[in-house]
Write a protein that binds this ligand. Structure first.
Ligand code: HEM
Length: 393
């Protein structure tokens, strides 16, 4: 055995000088015919590369076209060139599959989106929602519950009819479900997987997605109902300026006169309608991928007005790849939802623990007459002058 190995070693030693000699003739012999470091450097410098050393041996000497035009083993395309072409969307791809995003194999501009979604967006969520909860807690500790100051009458007046309350609670319950399932999708990987593991999160993620996608229709329907029944009471007028000047008496002092809805409630109403509609639009765009693109056109209009230049910023990206449209839709959907959720935290606080007598308005539909006189004096006068209150009737 030892003798056999020695013979092989001798044979190898005898052939080695021949290979070395070949290497000086053909620089690619050392790489087994593959490109050399010099080839790579030439290409990186942008110099034309003679890749006949490959195309010759693959039986395709005519192949002088740019290497990105070629697929498979024919031709001189090196893998890095090909992948780079895919990455920067310069590869001339054809496919039998049909659809808006099929020719995008690698989407380079997905990297910043992923980094933003997993970093700053998570911080933004924590800061916005956590910050609002801290502020509301401080407000409660400093201001306490907003009480009914005068003597209660024991009489009630109707504030919201059954259909109005149905619209409100459909909106509220769907929004809360969408908020919870949305947060599970947004933060699940970062927060839930490390705590509960992949297995448990998988089931939760599937259920969340199903609930989120289907409950969205209830939210959109409720948005329409709430808009139709309350829009007439939410047109801004002069009483709102007086209400705002006194901050509604929220921080002390008398409550300024108000109609059915005060200026604070009108702001909440319009925030719900405008932001809710925007969330619905971006949600539909996500629900039917690549069908409803909202951003490329908007960006080109904004660029056309020169808006980014006003702030010394570069133009917004245009045109956009189909996937980029989805990425912007996802970010917009998440950020606008977070802003609305923070606003709704304040609304829920004032509609429940924050203000004595408020919840009855949406719970039973009836409010204490004294509450109505203190918080919505103009509206209370109108209703009381029109018909007697409940317990007197
Ligand atoms: C458990 C959660 C909620 C509670 C306890 C609650 C409570 C209330 C109450 C008591 C009112 C009537 C206020 C008044 O009589 O003047 C009201 C009105 C309203 N709610 Fe809610 N609500 C909740 C969730 C939501 C959600 C999630 C939304 C929207 C996404 C919403 C949107 C509205 C709007 C637009 C109004 C009319 C304007 C206003 O009063 O601000 N509510 N809510």
């Amino acid at each position: 055995m030892l003798r056999l190995m020695t013979v092989f070693a001798l044979l190898f030693a005898m052939t080695a000088p021949a290979s070395a000699q070949e290497a000086t003739e053909d620089p690619r012999a050392a790489t087994g015919g593959a490109q050399t470091l010099e080839d790579i450097l030439r290409r990186q410098e942008g110099l034309v590369m003679d890749d006949s050393f490959r195309s010759d041996v693959t039986g395709n000497p005519e192949n002088a076209a740019p290497i990105t035009d070629q697929l498979g083993t024919l031709g001189g395309a090196s893998d890095p060139d090909l992948w780079r072409a895919y990455r920067y969307e310069v590869a001339d791809l054809t496919t039998q599959a049909r659809g808006p995003a099929v020719t995008t194999m690698i989407q380079d501009r997905g990297m910043w989106w992923q980094a933003f979604r997993e970093g700053p967006l998570v911080l933004m969520t924590a800061a916005l929602l956590g910050g609002t909860l801290v502020l509301l807690t401080l407000f409660y500790l400093i201001r306490g519950r907003i009480r009914i100051h005068g003597e209660k009458t024991g009489r009630t007046i109707t504030r919201f009819k059954a259909f109005e309350r149905f619209g409100h609670w459909l909106l509220a319950s769907s929004f809360i479900l969408l908020g919870l399932t949305g947060l599970i999708s947004l933060l699940g990987r970062k927060v839930l997987i490390p705590t509960f593991g992949h297995e448990a999160f998988s089931g939760l993620a599937i259920a969340s997605k199903w609930i989120h996608n289907n409950v969205s229709w209830a939210f959109m329907l409720a948005l329409v109902i709430v808009f139709v029944v309350w829009v007439v009471h939410n047109i801004p007028d002069r009483t709102d300026l007086r209400w705002l000047a006194k901050a509604g008496g929220l921080f002390g002092g008398d409550h300024p006169p108000a109609k059915k809805f005060n200026a604070g409630q009108k702001l909440i109403f319009w925030a719900v309608i405008v932001l809710g509609t925007s969330i619905s639009a971006s949600g539909i765009s996500l629900l039917f991928p690549f069908e409803f693109n909202m951003f490329a056109h908007t960006f080109s209009v904004i660029n056309g007005w020169g808006v980014p230049g006003w702030f010394g910023l570069p133009d917004l990206p245009y045109p956009l790849l189909p996937h980029e449209e989805m990425q912007f839709a996802q970010l917009w959907h998440a950020i606008v939802s977070l802003v609305l959720t923070a606003i709704i935290f304040a609304h829920i606080y004032l509609g429940s623990v924050g203000m004595e007598g408020a919840f009855d308005a949406m719970g039973k539909g009836e409010v204490e007459e004294q509450w109505a006189r203190e918080h919505h004096s103009i509206w209370a006068d109108e209703v009381l002058n029109a018909k007697p209150s409940k317990s007197e009737a």
